[in-house]
Design a protein around this ligand. Structure first.
Ligand SMILES: [Zn+2]
Length: 256
């Protein structure tokens, strides 16, 4: 159901049944620019479409059955005979949607088929970088592409009952696929375990390593800790001198 074995990112369909004739190899040097929507005017799947196209000079790239299962009948890089318009055929990927009822029911299309179609439109727009699905631009219609020679894709045409919701779903799927494709933000680095107790020592160790520098005019490299120790040694000597001087002063004053 609903194209659940479809690989949307890579446009790998649920199944293949490539037509043997009634399509053209390559795209006449043209680029894929849009998707064109059709309805089958029958209840069917890719096998049923291919059986029809073996007898009739017509074809399409994808066929979606009434349960949303997607089959491929013409490879994306080849030109399907769908739109009754050579240039349009060469620049389009065409999708056939199965009906879920006949003419007596005015050609309904099931929700599963429409949902799979909208998802497929989004996947094609992503894969070929066509931009967001937009009616009349990236998403086109057989009736318009053929210059009005057909009513296909019937209720999917602009101004008809499935059109707006179909385009909205295609845009929704397109946005969802964009979120999925967006690069994930880098994970926050885990905080480094701090040794229990004397965290100032850890900070000091870091500073000590970072600001290690050469003593001017010598080849000796000293860390701030070395310098502090050095200063301590000087201070110790000075204190000793002061102490000795104090002792002398004491001796002199006592002797008075
Ligand atoms: Zn059509």
């Amino acid at each position: 159901m609903s194209g659940d074995s479809m690989d949307w990112e890579n446009l790998e369909p649920d199944k293949y049944n490539i037509v043997k004739k009634h399509f053209t190899k390559g795209r006449g040097g043209r680029k894929i620019r849009h998707v064109t929507l059709h309805h089958m005017a029958m209840i069917g799947d890719v096998d049923k479409c291919v059986a029809v196209w073996n007898d009739r000079p017509a074809s399409a790239h994808y066929c979606i059955d009434q349960y949303g299962k997607i089959g491929q009948a013409v490879n994306d890089w080849d030109t399907a005979w769908s739109n009754a318009n050579l240039r349009s055929n060469q620049e389009s990927i065409t999708i056939e949607h199965s009906n879920s009822g006949g003419a007596n029911q005015d050609w309904p299309i099931s929700e599963a088929t429409r949902e799979a179609g909208a998802h497929l439109v989004a996947a094609i727009c992503r894969y070929y970088k066509l931009g967001r699905p937009e009616s009349g631009k990236t998403v086109r219609f057989h009736s318009i592409e053929s210059g009005g020679s057909t009513g296909c894709p019937w209720h999917l045409r602009p101004g008809h009952k499935y059109h707006d919701s179909y385009i909205a779903r295609a845009q929704w799927w397109y946005d969802q696929m964009g979120k999925k494709a967006a690069p994930k933000p880098a994970p926050k680095p885990a905080p480094k375990p701090q040794p229990k107790g004397d965290t100032t020592m850890t900070d000091f160790d870091q500073i000590n390593r970072r600001y290690k520098s050469r003593v001017p005019g010598s080849k000796v490299t000293m860390t701030p800790l070395d310098m502090v120790r050095n200063t301590d040694a000087h201070a110790f000597l000075i204190l000793q001198k002061i102490e000795r001087l104090e002792q002398k002063i004491d001796q002199l004053t006592e002797g008075k």
